[in-house]
Write a protein that binds this ligand. Structure first.
Ligand code: S3P
Length: 432
């Protein structure tokens, strides 16, 4: 894809697709609940379709209709073995959550993925599940992995890695395990799984004790399905939000955005940088916070963000780095270790591609430093994405100020935001 400079700003109301994290959970949890569940505004991107096809291949009756799906759930033990390996493409969320879910099932499953997913760490979910008695066999710590039938036992976990995927995998295993499993989280991670399990009647309790969170779940209670309206994805909206901020004469409104406090670090960070962002029409639906967001062009200044921000916005550092490149003073973002094990080594690609664009930046340990300047000379006009959707979209936004910028392998954008290019070009963007 080629991303070109825009001159008249971007203006309008781009349509942001449904939230990716909530969409995955909106397929998995109703599939093992009882009753018919109608899910509106589900994200139909490649990642989510892998979760959908996985559950279908295990016998779940799922009817599809534009951006609505209807799941006929038949309870915790209603899944049956898939006829072949379950292929999960690029989706780490599908892989970690399904490993947990399938550990407690009475059949064997094999999970596979694309090249990038097959190099991502799976021991982080396999090891704690093994403590519950799960039988999981990884390939050198990654996919392909197989899960054999076993009787799980409840365990008390103290999570060392801050990861909603690990936490959710454990909760989904505990859901069908007799007895009480407890999880202590030392850092905040997104809590969509707990919210949905609670509203489906799971025997789950969450408590904040000091700066830790304790989750207790007593398994083998059948769930009852509720209808779900998936809110729109803050992470996807962040690309357009930053684009409006860094381009003159811009004003956009993005609607129906999930503003879950365990995930809204990008808004807090951009406001700290002086962004003119208004959250309006705050409301709640399915126990999630939702709002509309109004953004206008803003002069940004740099900022220092501690590691606590990484917990609240891990997916947004690629686009935040673009915002920081157009600020009037340096920024430092600390504690980005987890960025190295995402769809790509994002810390490495942010540095490489910013440097390709002429931006002075460096990393020390897991901290990222950006020293913006008024003008940039592109040094290497080929943005390397390693098939990472968020790197591709972030550098499309970079192109609106520096373009034309060539973005390699930009088809990866379909993993989370298949309508990205159309939506952007509709409001004044210029991607080819
Ligand atoms: C996700 C959790 C995060 C995030 C990913 C989606 C989820 O990963 O980066 O895009 O849906 O639970 P980790 O939990 O591994 O940090």
């Amino acid at each position: 894809m080629i991303s070109n400079i825009i001159t008249k700003g971007i203006n309008g109301m781009p349509k942001i697709p449904g939230d990716k994290s909530i969409s995955h959970r909106s397929i998995i949890i109703p599939s093992v609940s009882n009753g018919v569940c109608e899910i509106n505004n589900i994200l139909k991107s490649e990642d989510v379709l892998h979760t959908l096809n996985a559950l279908k291949s295990m016998g779940v009756n799922i009817a599809e209709n534009k951006n609505k799906i209807i799941i006929h759930g038949k309870g915790l033990n209603s899944l049956r073995a898939a006829k072949k390996e379950i292929y999960l493409g690029n989706s780490g969320t599908s892989a970690r959550l399904l490993t947990g879910l399938l550990s407690s099932q009475k059949f064997k499953s094999v999970l596979t993925g694309d090249k990038s997913l097959s190099s991502r760490p799976m021991k982080r979910i396999a090891d704690p599940l093994t403590k519950m008695n799960a039988k999981i066999y990884t390939t050198n710590g990654s996919l392909p992995l197989s899960i054999e039938s076993s009787n799980l036992k409840p365990v008390n976990f103290n999570l060392k890695i801050p990861s909603a995927q690990i936490k959710s995998g454990l909760l989904l295993a505990a859901l069908n395990t007799k007895g009480e499993t407890s999880i202590i989280e030392n850092k905040v991670t997104r809590d969509h799984t707990e919210i949905m399990l609670e509203s489906f009647g799971a025997n789950i309790e969450m408590k904040n004790i000091g700066n830790k969170k304790v989750i207790k779940i007593i398994g083998q209670k059948e769930l009852v399905a509720n209808n779900i309206d998936v809110p729109n994805d803050l992470s996807s909206s962040a690309f357009f939000i930053v684009c409006a901020l860094i381009n003159k004469n811009s004003k956009i409104i993005v609607k129906n955005i999930n503003n879950n406090p365990s995930r809204n670090g990008i808004i807090l960070a951009l406001k700290k940088m002086g962004a003119k962002i208004k959250l309006i029409n705050n409301r709640r639906n399915n126990n999630e916070n939702i709002c509309d967001i109004e953004v206008v062009s803003s002069g940004l200044h740099g900022c220092e963000l501690g590691p606590e921000f990484a917990d609240l916005m891990i997916d947004e550092y690629p686009i935040l780095s673009i915002a920081a490149s157009f600020a009037n003073s340096p920024s430092v973002f600390r504690g980005l270790k987890e960025l190295r094990v995402k769809e790509s080594d994002r810390l490495k690609l942010i540095l490489l591609n910013l440097q390709n664009c002429g931006v002075n930046c460096k990393s020390e340990n897991d901290d990222l430093f950006i020293f913006p300047s008024k003008e940039y000379q592109i040094k290497n006009n080929l943005i390397q994405t390693d098939f990472d959707h968020r790197i591709a979209m972030a550098f499309c936004i970079m192109g609106t100020r520096l373009g034309p910028l060539n973005i390699k392998d930009s088809d990866s954008i379909n993993t989370s935001f298949p309508t990205f290019k159309n939506e952007f070009n509709n409001i004044g963007g210029n991607f080819r």
